[in-house]
Design a protein around this ligand. Sequence first.
Ligand code: SF4
Length: 424
Amino acid sequence: MNKAESQRIAGYLDSTGYQAVRSFREASLIVLNTCVVRQSAEDKVLGTLGLLKGLKKERRNLSILVTGCFVNSGIEGLTKQFPQVDFFFRPGAYSELIGWIESQDISGAGQTMNLPVHSSPCALVPIMQGCDNFCSYCIVPYRRGREVSRPLEEIVHEVEGLVKGGAKQVTLLGQNVDSYGHDLPEQPGLADLLARLNSMNGLARLRFLTNHPKDMNPKLIEAVASLEKVCEHLELPVQAGDNDILKAMRRGYTVEQYRELVHAARRRIPRISLSTDVIVGFPGETEEQFENTRSLLEEMKFDVVHVAAYCPRPGTIAWREYQDDIAREVKRERRSKVEQLQAAIAGGINSQLCGMPVEVLVEGRKKGKWFGRSRSDKLVFFEDDIDRLGQLVKVRIEKTSPWALQGEIDDDNYPERRNVNGTA
Ligand code: SF4
């Protein structure tokens, strides 16, 4: 979400005549887009603000703007605490940014809320802001507020523009993307939005994240199964494999319900790839409860597991009600056990792709190789002298690891074979 918002801010500033520079030491305007989901991220924001304070002393005409989750409702307090910052605006509140830029009398400042985004083969499109769930460990609802969905037509219009600008893949974003539309007059669902975008000429792939297991419904699974542009990949955070911990986390589902959801998705879409998130060391997590999480991961065999050690966030329910009583070394040990298990599982899953052709949307170049993602979201590298940026190519996999695949281009006639109107 932050990346999508940064792209929008950059695109807007570009349209007003600003140009990106390589380092903030060369900049006349700095927009700091912050994340505070973990304490380490918040510490980084504070460190950067300290650094910018020094820079502002040296250059009085430097403007510093701060947005993202660091900016809560207490903007007045922030302004007093950080006088080096010229303007704070809430995440996604682009009208506030536009207002500030226009007040600076910079020629060409835009009048629009549809902020232009730099063209890229892979576009990120926020479809809603905020979250109503209040999981006990999470700070997001306090910083981003309650769920607000963007009107369906506005999103379709934006995607049309992105596709005209060269986007082949669109990822729809929301903190809880499954509940998209419940606050709109017509109450469209995410499945309706996907169906609408699926018929758009020029667009090749659709993705969406992040899902909440309690809100994911059969209609959405059916949409992934039947709409050919929707990629066979789901991000479905489980967080824990123990019912008591899930209850303390206020996740709103049981291990049994989660398991059934995964089975339902796999029954309908046998080749679906699944990613999940796990938190270890939640307050009071016993060795046995951790083992329940570990054995669920062993049973489910996810393609990717993002694991984090619990970290109390001031203001959250868990921070108020529970003591952070799991020692740091225990958290570290549990995290490393999950990582080791997942490396073995992902290594096994990926090795089955050896010798297979996969469709890759090329996103860029790193260390002399092209890279991109398969429909199942695997990171694929290959070598080629031809400029492949933004193309759909077929790559035959030759080498695999738990984290990425290496291969060689298989068929020069393949680009665009899965034609952009949806027929293979
Ligand atoms: S659903 Fe996600 S964003 Fe919302 S409170 Fe829970 S963890 Fe945070």
